[in-house]
Design a binder for this molecule. Structure first.
Ligand code: CP
Length: 307
């Protein structure tokens, strides 16, 4: 039962609970009228202290498609946070108005804090470089729909693996499946944090490899998860400029990939996937975006207890 629960990081839900969400999302995809009015009379608050296109709009689209309504803000300057209000007080206040809260915040741990003060379910829409669990639900649903299973897959993560919260969340979630192999492809300055490799993956017994060479491992991959270099998390512009084009996926590089490999990207894309790759049938990142809305419909209807 997910009714009334918070989703702060992927480990909050068991793999059986996530499988239930994927099955529900697939039903919604197959029948767009399924659950159409299930959230009539319910309100979703979207509190975005950082920019977003997909997470905020897909949650709002999900709630509207379920018959509910949305309120909130898309940048903190229009909220009383700009007057110095604490996150705790903001969350206590919004809990009086809404039936569920989705929040994005640049501070790592902010979603956990919010969940302690909320009287309604809190969903983490991204907290700094930490976690982004609904992107993980999106990524896993996409893999399930396009590859059919998780066990035994080799998944390559490429780009900014230091600051990329989607990478941290997905690596953690994948470590719970059997026979998974993870390959982390990044420049040394942007390697995945030790708490993921030495902590989570070692503890789970998940096989992993770290490299800076995409072409060398391309042919091994079932899934290639590209990420952008996150300018907003760098301390200086020079480092960002030096590292931003470390990897650019092109049709030439795709020649080394298997025919059934899929390319995922949480988006937004900057320069790391050339536009020419979009026409490749293995490019799945816009399908992934659509699955994000279906899985958020499944999530909201479950948290609100209407299914
Ligand atoms: N994938 C993702 O979180 O995109 P937005 O930053 O546009 O929400």
């Amino acid at each position: 039962m997910l009714k009334g629960r918070h989703l702060v990081e992927p480990g909050n839900f068991s793999i059986e609970e996530m499988a239930g969400l994927f099955t529900l999302a697939e039903k919604i995809e197959a029948d767009p009228l399924y659950l159409r009015e299930s959230c009539r009379g319910k309100l979703l608050a979207t509190l975005f202290f950082e920019p977003s296109t997909r997470t905020r709009l897909s949650f709002e689209a999900a709630m509207l498609r379920l018959g509910g309504a949305c309120l909130g803000f898309a940048e903190p300057g229009s909220s009383s946070a700009s007057k110095g209000e604490s996150l705790a007080d903001t969350i206590r206040t919004v809990s009086c108005y809404a039936d569920a809260i989705v929040m994005r915040n640049p501070k790592e741990g902010a979603a956990m804090v919010a969940s302690r003060y909320a009287e309604v379910p809190v969903v983490n829409g991204g907290d700094g470089g930490h976690h982004h669990p609904t992107q993980t639900l999106t990524d896993l649903l996409t893999i399930r729909r396009l590859r059919g299973h998780f066990d035994g897959l080799t998944v390559g993560f490429c780009g900014d693996l230091k600051f990329g919260r989607t990478v941290h969340s997905l690596a953690k979630a994948l470590s719970r499946y059997t026979g998974i192999r993870l390959i982390f492809i990044s420049p040394p300055e942007l390697k995945v944090p030790d708490y993921i490799t030495q902590g989570i993956l070692k503890k789970a017994g998940t096989e992993y490899l770290e490299t800076d060479h995409l072409e060398k491992v391309m042919g091994d991959l079932d899934v290639l998860y590209m990420t952008r270099v996150q300018r907003e998390r760098f301390f200086n512009e020079e480092d960002y400029i030096r590292l931003k084009d470390s990897y650019i996926l092109t049709t030439e590089k795709m020649k080394a990939a298997r025919d059934d490999m899929i390319i995922l990207h949480p988006l937004p894309r900057v320069n790391e996937i050339a536009l020419e790759v979009d026409g490749d049938p293995r490019a799945a990142y816009f399908k992934q975006t659509k699955y994000g809305m279906y899985v958020r419909m499944a999530l909201l209807s479950s948290l609100l207890g209407v299914v």
